[in-house]
Design a protein around this ligand. Structure first.
Ligand code: ATP
Length: 242
């Protein structure tokens, strides 16, 4: 579904990504694991077409066989890419429900394949995220960190995105919310959505994903399957300094 070949990115003269190559197949959950500053956020921003405001890039990004490297972010979104940023990006003055209703729909692009995931209607969102239903009239920023993360995930599901690029959805969350995010990601995958996930929580990554890429100093240094990550969980925790 997604192929990345030799992706490099710079902030001015400083190179943050070095010839990174990876693939994500339809229906997979894949994680990008790496220390702080390894380049994970930069990689996701490049995939979404959002790095241009920071600096230059080189390499090729292909979605469903089509080269999307030169496409701006809004056209990548129309082709089914959905971005869940690490800063959450909730509209502060709007209620939970208004935040959800504002989500644009992916539908309408002739390039979107038939039979993919559909935009989630509000009642389905509230079924899956009962916390959000309870807080639907509350301003977005009065939510707890866990509820905010749920809101950002819910908002991207409203769009009907086929490939979610999630930047550390579990960061700073209580174990209960981490567990719930894992359940939701599995449910999302069962509904036909593919997920590329930045994650520092190796235990969570191992429990939720099919495959993993280890990123260090802007390079993909290893590709690991589910069993390899389980076997090496302790070593990876040590490596990540956790
Ligand atoms: P973290 O988990 O801390 O967010 P990360 O793996 O996502 O880390 P990036 O945020 O992609 O890493 O950063 C990769 C490198 O690029 C780091 O050396 C970082 O200092 C640098 N960098 C990130 N954003 C900027 C920026 N806006 N301007 C300059 N350098 C930046």
């Amino acid at each position: 579904m997604l192929r990345v070949d030799g992706l490099s990115a710079w902030y001015g003269e400083a190179q943050a990504l070095r010839e990174a190559s990876l693939r994500v197949d339809e229906g997979e959950i894949v994680t990008l694991v790496g220390r702080n500053g390894a380049g994970k956020t930069t990689l996701l921003r490049c995939l979404m077409g959002l790095h241009g405001t920071y600096g230059r890039t080189s390499g090729t990004i292909t979605l469903d066989g089509e080269d999307i490297t030169a496409l701006p972010a809004h056209l990548r979104a129309r082709r089914g890419l959905g971005y869940v940023p690490d800063d959450r990006g909730i509209y502060a003055t709007l209620s939970v429900e208004e935040n959800l209703l504002l989500a644009p729909l992916v539908k309408g692009s002739a390039k979107v394949k038939r039979g993919g995931p559909r935009p989630w209607p509000l009642d389905r969102i509230y079924e899956t995220f009962p916390h959000l239903k309870e807080r639907r009239r509350a301003p977005g920023t009065t939510l707890s960190g866990g509820e905010q993360q749920m809101l950002v995930l819910a908002r991207v599901l409203r769009t009907g995105a086929r490939l979610l690029l999630c930047d550390e959805p579990t960061e700073g969350l209580s174990p209960l919310f981490v567990q719930r995010i894992g359940e939701i990601l599995r449910e999302v995958r069962a509904a036909g959505t593919t997920v590329l996930l930045v994650e520092q929580n190796v235990h969570f990554a191992a429990s939720v994903a099919d495959r993993h890429y280890l990123l260090a100093e802007g390079r993909i240094v290893e590709a690991l399957d589910r069993d390899q990550v389980r076997e090496r969980e302790h070593q990876l925790l040590e490596y990540l300094g956790i």
